[in-house]
Design a protein around this ligand. Structure first.
Ligand code: FAD
Length: 233
C-alpha cells in the first residue's frame, strides 16, 4: 500500500512552551527537514475578512490591492495594505443582486495562536479587526456598512485548525533563491511507502504547483512500479 500525504504539519514547534511537539510522523523527521521548518521563510499568515453585502459592484475590478491611509492592527502587526476581492462574478457565493467582498491582510501567527486560548478575547479581537476593515471599506464605498448581512473572519489559527498547515501559512515556503534551488525530498527516511505532495515540498505553493507536485509524484511512482502513467481516468 502507498500512502500519499499532503505535506502539512510534519513538524510543529510549540509556540507556547518553546518545546517541540511533533505529529505521529515526527520520529521520522530528519535534520535537514527540521532545519527547513526552523529556518526557511514562509508566506506570511493572513486574516481573511469576508462580508456578505446586499448589493453588487458591477463596475469594480474583482481584485485590487488597496493602500490603507490608516493601517489596521492585526495583532502584533500593522497592515498597511489589503488585497481586496469582490466576487460579482461568482453567483454561487451570494443570492441574486448580492455579493461577497473579501479583504486579505497580513498578520502573524503567534499572537492569534496564543489568543485563542481565551475564546472570548479571541472572538472579540476578530470582530474588532472586521470592524476596522469595514471602516476602511466605508471610505471607499460609502454606505457599505449598512448593507452588511454576513461577516466571516478567518485568522491564522483558523487556517491551522482546518488544514494543519505549518503556522497557518497559505502558500507554504516563500520562493527564495535557496528554496527554488532546493529539491525537497518527497519521502521521509525510514518510512516506507510514504510520499508527500503539495505546497510544503514545492516552494512557491499555490493551487497549480501543488497539483503539479502530486502529478509528478504519481508519475515517479508509476515509473518505479513499471506502470504506464496516464492522466486519463
Ligand atoms: C485564502 C487563501 C487564498 C488563496 N488564494 C490562492 C490563489 O488565488 N491562487 C493559488 O494558486 N493559490 C491560492 N492559495 C494557496 C493554495 O490554496 C494552497 O497553496 C494549496 O491549496 C496548497 O495545497 P496543498 O495540497 O499543499 O495543501 P492544502 O490545500 O492545505 O490541503 C491539505 C489537506 O490535508 C488535510 N489534512 C491535514 N492534516 C491531515 C491529517 N492529519 N489527516 C487527514 N487530512 C489532513 C487538510 O484538512 C487539507 O484538506 C490560497 C490559499 C488561501 C488560504
Amino acid at each position: 500500500m502507498i500512502n500519499c500525504l499532503l505535506a502539512t504539519e510534519l513538524y510543529m514547534p510549540s509556540l507556547i512552551t518553546g518545546s517541540v511537539k511533533r505529529s505521529r510522523l515526527g520520529k521520522y523527521v530528519d535534520q535537514s527537514t527540521r532545519e527547513r521548518y526552523n529556518r526557511w521563510p514562509i508566506f506570511w499568515p493572513i486574516h481573511l475578512v469576508s462580508f456578505g453585502i446586499a448589493r453588487q459592484f458591477p463596475n469594480e475590478p474583482s481584485e485590487t490591492i488597496i493602500l490603507l491611509k490608516e493601517s489596521v492592527n492585526t495583532g502584533d502587526k500593522e497592515a498597511f495594505h489589503a488585497y481586496l476581492r469582490i466576487f460579482n462574478h461568482d453567483n454561487s457565493l451570494a443570492p441574486e443582486g448580492k455579493t461577497v467582498v473579501q479583504a486579505l491582510l497580513e498578520t502573524d501567527f503567534n499572537h492569534w495562536y496564543n489568543l485563542q486560548e481565551d475564546r472570548f478575547l479571541y472572538e472579540t479581537e476578530k470582530a474588532r479587526v472586521a470592524n476596522d476593515v469595514l471602516r476602511r471599506l466605508e471610505a471607499l464605498y460609502p454606505g457599505i456598512s449598512s448593507l452588511v448581512e454576513m461577516t466571516d473572519v478567518a485568522a491564522p489559527y483558523t487556517f491551522w485548525r482546518y488544514t494543519r498547515n505549518h503556522r497557518g501559512s497559505f502558500e507554504g515556503w516563500l520562493p527564495t533563491p535557496e528554496a527554488v534551488r532546493t529539491v525537497i525530498p518527497k519521502t521521509l527516511p525510514g518510512l516506507a511507502n510514504f510520499y508527500m505532495a503539495g505546497q510544503w515540498v514545492q516552494p512557491g505553493g499555490g493551487v497549480q504547483l501543488s497539483i503539479n507536485s502530486g502529478r509528478d509524484l504519481v508519475k515517479t511512482l508509476c515509473e518505479q512500479g513499471r506502470k504506464e502513467f496516464s492522466t486519463r481516468g
